[in-house]
Design a protein around this ligand. Structure first.
Ligand code: ZN
Ligand code: ZN
Length: 371
């Protein structure tokens, strides 16, 4: 057996992306599909090669194996080496196992529709006030959910009856017509691709097998929850179809903003006004703390407007540790210049005016002069 270059078979380069491989495969599969080339043995062989090459190259793991040592796939010796197309017993088998049709036509096939399917995931928001987000809370959220119908057990058929295989398509969900290649994928018109027919639909769910209701789900929000944090609750989404598992529930936190404390990661930022006297002389001030109480902060003399101070451990609990660790409180001081002065203040400041005013801009003019 001559070794096949799978990349050549799919007419792509060795560096081709998965997307390129897929596109090329689709194009070639359409071109060489036996239905499009009745009785053409060459096209049939080519089609098998293409199928096989895609089998390998479309799966990153298999592709890597192939890239590293093609022998795993071809001519490794009797009983081990697989030749191109050897995966398929004969041609009818190939058509029967047409799970790849979706890849050819870019949509899912009815094969997947008929097998058990996981229920859809659901995403709901939970609104938290500042305190609850900070301290953590156990709350309930209403989740609009599709549940398995209790009346028919999710089957969709009225109790005492059961669905029967669709006679039109023999349960395959697709209709085979002899009009050529594209007719192959037509979903069965009788059963809508489900492969089965419910003659007496369940009265509660109307044959759907699922009913919609609002379920109250208890959610535990860790201390220190941030805005748009996602909490996954497995198995609390929509019920599965045809016996498949339920989907998951995602609860997304929406945290009310605080008028004073701004969240920055696990830190909080608070803007604190200080008088220009405090800034100039230095002072001990009290600043509010998220969650209540205050912390003391020592301002050094000569504190500039906009200067930030870090109070370690006074920030938000870290949600990852459920409050085991805390972020910091960042205090940003804003120097307030009084709009009105008392008489004594005015006198003192006027006494200073002559000496200080030009000094302030000395640096500025120095820089202008030297540039
Ligand atoms: Zn049918
Ligand atoms: Zn029902």
């Amino acid at each position: 057996m001559e070794k096949l270059d799978l990349y050549k078979v799919l007419e792509v380069s060795k560096e081709a992306s998965q997307d390129e491989i897929r596109r090329s495969y689709r194009r070639l599969a359409r071109k060489y599909h036996p239905d499009a080339n009745p009785g053409d043995k060459h096209a049939e062989d080519r089609f098998k090669e293409i199928q096989h090459a895609y089998e390998v190259l479309s799966k990153p793991e298999k592709r890597r194996e192939y890239d590293e040592g093609p022998r795993t796939f071809f001519g490794a010796g009797p009983g081990q080496g697989r030749t191109a197309g050897a995966d398929f017993e004969d041609f009818s088998d190939l058509l029967g196992g047409f799970g790849n049709l979706g890849d050819v036509f870019g949509r899912s096939t009815s094969t997947t529709e008929r097998s058990p399917a996981k229920g859809e995931n659901i995403t709901v928001n939970v609104r938290l006030n500042f305190k609850d987000a900070l301290n953590g809370v156990t709350t309930r959220v209403g989740v609009p959910v599709e549940e398995a119908c209790g009346e028919c057990g999710g089957v969709g058929a009225a109790p005492g009856t059961s669905p029967r295989t669709c006679p039109e398509c023999d349960g395959r969900g697709v209709q085979n017509r002899d009009q050529g290649f594209f007719a192959l994928s037509t979903p069965c018109s009788r059963c809508g691709g489900e492969g089965r027919i419910i003659e007496k639909p369940c009265k509660v769910c109307g044959g759907n097998g699922r009913v919609r209701r609002t379920r109250q789900v208890k959610v535990r929000i860790a201390a220190g929850a941030r805005e748009k944090m996602k909490v996954r609750i497995p198995g609390r989404g929509n019920a599965g179809k045809r016996g498949g598992p339920a989907g998951d529930l995602y609860v997304v936190t929406r945290v009310e903003e605080h008028p004073v404390f701004r969240r920055r990661g696990d830190d909080f930022v608070v803007e604190v006004p200080v008088s220009f006297v405090e800034a100039a002389l230095g002072a001990r001030i009290e600043v509010p703390r998220p969650g209540g109480g205050t912390v003391k902060l020592k301002l050094p003399a000569g504190t500039q407007d906009g200067k930030q101070f870090k109070v370690r451990g006074a920030g938000a609990p870290k949600a990852k540790t459920d409050g085991g660790e805390k972020g910091d409180l960042i205090v940003r001081v804003g120097v307030v210049v009084p709009k009105k002065l008392k008489r004594r203040e005015r006198e003192i400041l006027e006494a200073l005016a002559d000496e200080r005013d030009e000094d302030v801009r000395e640096d500025l003019f120095k820089k202008v002069g030297s540039s």
